[in-house]
Ligand binder design. Structure first.
Ligand code: DAH
Length: 344
C-alpha cells in the first residue's frame, strides 16, 4: 500500500510539474485529492489492515495528501500570477493615445424647422394635435369631401393625388388640412391646434417639388374669431420666425375650405425684393395659405357657424426652411448628403 501511495505521490507531482493553467490545477485536485480521488480510494482499503499498519499507512497517506496540497497551492499561485500578468499586458491601455472621434449627430433640418415653428405656435397658445387625428393615410372624405373640395376639383385627379389601388377612396393625404376635420369631430370649441406632418403629391420631382413634403396646419375656432385674429397671429408668427427685417404681405386667394382666403408672402431672400429668378421677378415668395374656416366646413362637423367662427392656415416646412436658409433645391433635404446636413 505504501508503494501504491508513493506511486500516486510521484504521478501527482509529475502532473503538478506539467500543469500550465489554473484549470489544470483544478483537474489534478479532482484526480488525486477529491472524495472520489485516488488517495481516498486507498484510504478506503485501510480497514483491511492491522491496527499498526493502519496507523503507519494512514499517517503516510495524510502526509502525502498534505504535501500534494501544498505543492498544488504553490503551483496555483505561480500560474495565477503568470496568467494575470499576461492578461494585464494584453489589456494595457495607453492613456497617452489620442481618443477616437465619435461624431455627434443632430436632428434633421426639417425636424428642427418643424420644432421651431411648433414652438412659436405653442407660445401663441396653440397645442399639438394628437397623432391619431393627423394620419398620413386618409380617406377622400377627410382629405377632400369634408374640406368642401368639389368632386371635380383638379387636386383630386390621380395625376395629383396618390390613391390606393385596392380601396379607391383611400389616399396618401395631399394636405394636412384633414387634421382640422378630425379635431373638430372630436372636440368642441374653443379649438386651437397645430398639426405638423408629411403629405404626398404625384409630382414630377425637380428642384422645387418633391413627391412628399411636410406641412404644418393650424386651426383656431371659437366665438368671435375674426380676420383680425388671423392677421395678428400670422403676423406674429412671421415676425418670430423670419425676424423683424423680413417684410411680409397678405394677398387675397382661394381655398375651398376657407372664405375669405389669403396667402402670405415674404420678401425674397435671394434679391431682397428687387426681383430675381427665384421669385419670378416679383420680389415676393409665398409662404402659407390661410383663411376664415368656410361655413360649409363648420356645418359638416356639426359646429354652428352662427355661434362660432375660426381661421385656419397651412404652410410648407421645406419652403419655410428654404426661404430662411436660402436653400435652392428641395431634394437636398431628402438625399441625406452629410455635407448638406452638417450645415445645420
Ligand atoms: N391645404 C393647403 C395646401 O396644401 C394649405 C392651406 C391653405 C391650409 C389654407 C389651410 C388654409 O388650412 O386655410 O395648399
Amino acid at each position: 500500500m505504501k508503494e501504491q501511495l508513493e506511486k500516486i505521490f510521484n504521478a501527482a507531482n509529475e502532473d503538478i510539474k506539467n500543469a500550465a493553467t489554473t484549470e489544470n490545477i483544478e483537474e489534478i485536485k479532482l484526480k488525486y485529492l477529491s472524495r472520489k480521488g485516488e488517495l481516498n480510494s486507498i484510504k478506503k482499503n485501510l480497514k483491511d489492515l492491522s491496527d499498526d499498519d493502519k496507523r503507519i499507512v494512514g499517517s503516510f497517506a495524510n502526509e502525502v495528501a498534505q504535501k500534494l496540497e501544498k505543492s498544488l497551492s504553490e503551483k496555483y499561485n505561480e500560474i495565477y500570477k503568470k496568467e494575470l500578468n499576461e492578461k494585464l499586458q494584453k489589456e494595457k491601455i495607453d492613456v497617452t493615445l489620442t481618443g477616437k472621434y465619435i461624431p455627434k449627430g443632430h436632428v434633421h433640418p426639417l425636424t428642427e424647422t418643424t420644432n421651431e415653428i411648433v414652438e412659436i405656435f405653442q407660445k401663441l397658445g396653440f397645442s399639438l394635435v394628437e397623432p391619431q387625428n393627423s394620419p398620413e393615410v386618409e380617406t377622400e372624405y377627410y382629405n377632400f369631401d369634408m374640406l368642401n373640395v368639389p368632386k371635380d376639383h383638379p387636386a383630386r385627379d390621380m395625376q395629383d393625388t396618390f390613391y390606393c389601388k385596392l380601396a379607391s377612396n383611400v389616399v396618401l393625404r395631399s394636405q394636412t388640412s384633414g387634421a382640422q376635420i378630425h379635431v373638430m369631430e372630436e372636440q368642441k370649441p374653443p379649438i386651437r391646434v397645430i398639426a405638423p406632418g408629411r403629405v404626398y403629391r404625384n409630382e414630377n420631382v425637380n428642384s422645387r417639388k418633391n413627391n412628399f413634403f411636410h406641412q404644418i396646419e393650424g386651426l383656431y375656432v371659437d366665438k368671435g374669431i375674426t380676420m383680425g385674429d388671423l392677421k395678428g397671429v400670422l403676423n406674429e408668427f412671421t415676425r418670430l420666425y423670419f425676424g423683424e427685417s423680413r417684410p411680409t404681405r397678405f394677398r387675397s386667394s382661394f381655398f375651398p375650405f376657407t372664405e375669405p382666403s389669403v396667402e402670405i408672402d415674404v420678401q425674397c431672400i435671394m434679391c431682397q425684393g428687387k426681383g430675381c429668378k427665384t421669385c419670378s421677378g416679383t420680389g415676393w415668395l409665398e409662404i402659407l395659405g390661410a383663411g376664415m374656416v368656410d361655413v360649409n366646413v363648420l356645418k359638416g362637423v356639426g359646429i354652428d357657424p352662427e355661434v362660432y367662427t375660426g381661421f385656419a392656415f397651412g404652410m410648407g416646412v421645406e419652403r419655410l426652411a428654404m426661404l430662411k436658409y436660402a436653400i435652392d433645391d428641395i431634394r437636398l433635404f431628402f438625399n441625406n448628403d452629410i455635407r448638406f446636413l452638417k450645415q445645420f
